[in-house]
Design a protein around this ligand. Structure first.
Ligand code: SF4
Ligand code: SF4
Length: 299
């Protein structure tokens, strides 16, 4: 039975209070991120490790790194002061599944201390197939996977290396492993009924036209939502980020691509690319009110 538009009731139940999954919820419910995951197992050419994972947040913003115990204290403080907080996301600053102990310990502590808060995980997907069972056993209802391409030749231009199974891979080999693992992880999560959002960073001349193919591939593997985000260009990208002064797409090009994907997976158009320690309503960040020194002094 459809509870909202064409969504089955059990899916609507999961998305109606998640601001990243429902445009309506975006204005009324708040999410927060805790930055407990510093390490990453791949290199994206658009990433500068000094800053937060650009997959789920605005690059160039440094978040304070927390222990799981500090993170749960912060979650409780935020949930008291901003009662519309319905979702806790772990999205960085590196890859949450490259820091599995900290990530799952934080989720576990929060599930016990604040059982009403929905848990959300964001990952580049490389380690995902190894953790699908752990995710399914935990209370995590939402997973975001960043998939920028399904073509290893394009992937080689975006990812200089990955670290997998105790060794480093480069070039097309690296990109092929990453793509296979991302798609496999997506399929495994969908089979277990975990809602998946796919993020793609639109990089002009590299993957922009190809993202229509990505949209089809993730749809066929059960993705619920596709969020195509523009590459945010920064002056230092040319040297630090390895994309040779690459500019982000124009707003028109982004919209044209989103329109071209209509009819595939639901397009997310309300994303504002929050920071990895974002707090509060999307677009109205209150993270600076909750730095950990202040939080630790709160009762
Ligand atoms: Fe950076 Fe995130 Fe890519 Fe890792 S997955 S290299 S943290 S953008
Ligand atoms: Fe939203 Fe992504 Fe954070 Fe989840 S991880 S709350 S989808 S921004």
């Amino acid at each position: 039975r459809a509870a909202h538009g064409e969504l089955p009731a059990e899916i609507w139940e999961k998305v109606k209070k998640h601001p990243c999954y429902s445009e309506g919820a975006h204005h009324h419910y708040a999410r927060m991120h805790v930055a407990v995951a510093p390490a990453c197992n791949i290199q994206c050419n658009y990433c500068n490790r000094k800053y937060d994972c650009a997959n789920e947040s605005r690059p160039g913003v440094v978040s304070e790194k927390l222990t799981p115990e500090q993170a749960v204290k912060k979650v409780l403080a935020v949930a008291t002061i901003i009662p519309q907080t319905t979702v806790l996301g772990i999205a960085g600053p590196g890859d949450p599944l490259a820091n599995p102990e900290k990530t799952f310990k934080t989720f576990d502590l929060v599930a016990k201390a604040a059982p009403d808060i929905k848990l959300c995980l964001s990952t580049n997907g490389l380690a995902l197939p190894d953790y699908v069972d752990t995710i399914a056993k935990s209370k995590i209802e939402h997973v975001t996977i960043t998939i920028n391409t399904i073509d290893p030749e394009i992937g080689a231009k975006i990812y200089p290396w990955i670290f997998f199974s105790h060794r480093r891979y480069v070039g097309i080999d690296a990109a092929r492993i990453l793509t296979d693992r991302q798609l496999q992880g997506l399929e495994m999560l969908s089979e277990r009924g975990i809602l998946c959002k796919v993020n793609s960073v639109m990089i002009p001349h590299i993957n922009d036209h190809h993202l229509v193919e990505v949209n089809k591939a993730v749809k066929s593997r059960g993705a619920f939502l596709h969020n195509i985000m523009p590459l945010i260009s920064a002056p230092e990208y040319g040297t630090v980020f390895g994309l040779n002064g690459q500019r982000g797409p124009t707003a028109q090009a982004l919209k044209a691509l989103q329109d071209a994907c209509e009819g595939g997976v639901n397009m997310m158009r309300h994303c504002r690319q929050c920071r990895a320690d974002a707090v509060g309503l999307v677009g109205a960040d209150r993270g600076s009110e909750f730095n950990i020194d202040r939080v630790m002094k709160m009762d």
